[in-house]
Design a protein around this ligand. Structure first.
Ligand code: ARG
Length: 461
């Protein structure tokens, strides 16, 4: 019999039961649900709403249920719809009337708002920890490749010389923002909805500060309607995770390019690559491809929940039961992708010689050539045009800029002297890009140091 069967004259249709039940996925919240109930019962006892003996019975009963669930001894029933009613009916079966008093001054809307919020709050440090591990990997790889030249790209066309370290530090900067976005979400969500009641609070003399404190919140949410109907924290999490996946997906795309024969900038470790069923030579970057692909899922999770929440009148609506699966899916996806991605980057072999070879073609020192003339007094725009002509001539002759003779160079401008060859040397071109945030080794050292400091600050917490 349903907990709420009092006003009904018939059993629920079986299909309705199936549609209505969320126990299939919200059983994941059993621990949060029990934690919330323990705090609620204690507060009810302390405020004189229910007898202390009942609090003791409820507490013992709930702890027993927790133990049994963790031991795999509990079978949840769809008849009881969701995790909240499942646990309440288990409790009543075990401790009788005391169990029936637990729901005094509380509603399921309260419970789900609390449980889900606590679940999101617990998962954030897990993901942050994984991101910090990825940052450590990036720092380690970056430190080893600070001086070797790699072509930097715009439009996927060779553009200017950078180092592999500089490239990795760019991703480290993105993941660092992802960490702080998740930390922001955790800070903002830390208000307790419990005690909002169904929507309009309660006539019982409850102490919302007590339960908020007991459950590790900064305080109770200030409006009971908002308390039961706010899912912003879930959306903020999904937004943060979508942006994080977007970053991973860009990185994945580059790894896929880098291990193609066309680039061959890296070689993946055999443990992080897969083969083909027909082509014996193949070594495929499936990890990177799957991470790129799963980004779509996480975006879908965000779009799904945004759409569920759109236009919902206050306060709770059953539509909101659809909040959990996308959040669980996004969390599971991210928690699967980040560590395997980190391990793939950690174990890949970097091939700096191939990067250097690629850097030699494509005129990535053309800007430096124009800068050379500019520093000798030619206005930059004229220098730009002059070098443009040189590049066109080189392209026709199949030469690089540094392969032109001084006479050939002087033919377009007599500002060219023998020192131009130093200016065109790719190692110099990179080393001289020492502006703040640039690829020069001193600058990548600074960038790596800043990331390491960021990690350390969080390790200490
Ligand atoms: N299973 C519901 C959910 O996940 C819990 C809240 C139900 N509240 C209600 N009034 N039916 O949203």
């Amino acid at each position: 019999m349903k907990l709420w069967s009092g006003r009904f004259g018939k059993d629920t249709d079986a299909l309705v039961n199936e549609l209505n039940a969320s126990i299939g996925f919200d059983q994941r919240l059993y621990r949060e649900d029990i934690t919330g109930s323990l705090a609620h019962a204690k507060m009810l006892g302390d405020c004189g709403v229910i007898p202390k003996e009942d609090v003791a019975a409820i507490t013992e009963g709930l702890l027993g249920i927790l133990e049994d669930i963790e031991a795999g001894k509990v079978e949840f029933s769809a008849e009881n719809e969701d995790i909240h009613m499942n646990i309440e009916s288990l409790l009543t079966a075990r401790v009788g009337d005391a169990g029936k008093r637990l729901h005094t001054a509380r509603s399921r809307n309260d419970q789900v708002a609390l449980d889900f919020r606590m679940y999101v709050r617990e998962q954030i440090p897990v993901i942050v920890g994984q991101l910090l591990e990825l940052e450590r990997v990036l720092c380690r790889q970056a430190k080893q490749h600070q001086t070797a030249v790699m072509p930097g790209y715009t439009h996927l066309q060779r553009a200017q010389p950078i180092s592999f370290a500089q490239h990795l530090c760019a991703y480290a900067a993105m993941f660092r923002r992802d960490v702080t976005r998740l930390e922001d979400c955790a800070r903002r969500l830390n208000e307790c909805p419990l005690g909002s009641g169904a929507l309009a609070g309660t006539t019982y003399p409850i102490d919302r500060w007590q339960t908020a404190k007991e459950l590790g919140f900064d305080g109770p949410m200030g409006n009971s309607l908002d308390g039961v109907s706010d899912r912003d924290y879930a959306l903020e999490l999904l937004s943060g995770l979508s942006i994080l996946m977007m970053h991973l997906s860009r990185f994945a795309e580059e790894v896929i390019l880098w291990c193609s024969w066309e680039f061959k900038f890296v070689e993946l470790d055999d443990a992080y690559a897969t083969g083909s069923s027909i082509m014996p030579q193949k070594k495929n970057p499936d990890v990177a491809e799957l991470v790129r692909g799963k980004t779509g899922r996480v975006y879908g999770d965000l779009m799904g929940l945004l759409t569920v929440m759109k236009g919902l009148p206050l306060a709770y609506n059953k539509d909101m039961q659809e909040d959990k699966e996308p959040v669980f899916d996004a969390i599971d996806t991210v928690e699967m992708c980040v560590p395997v991605f980190a391990a793939m980057i950690d174990t890949m072999t970097v091939l700096p010689d191939n990067m250097r070879k690629a850097a030699g073609k494509g005129f990535i020192n053309a800007t430096d050539c124009a800068d050379y003339l500019t520093k000798k007094g030619m206005p930059f725009r004229d220098a730009y045009t002059t070098v443009g002509h040189l590049v066109a001539a080189c392209t026709q002759q199949g030469k690089t800029l540094e392969e032109l003779t001084l006479e050939e160079l002087k033919a377009v401008s007599d500002l060219f002297e023998a020192d131009v060859y130093d200016a065109l040397n790719l190692e110099n071109c990179m080393a001289l890009r020492a502006s703040y945030g640039g690829p020069a080794a001193a600058e990548t050292t600074r960038q790596i140091g800043a990331i390491e400091q960021f990690i350390q600050q969080r390790d200490k917490r």
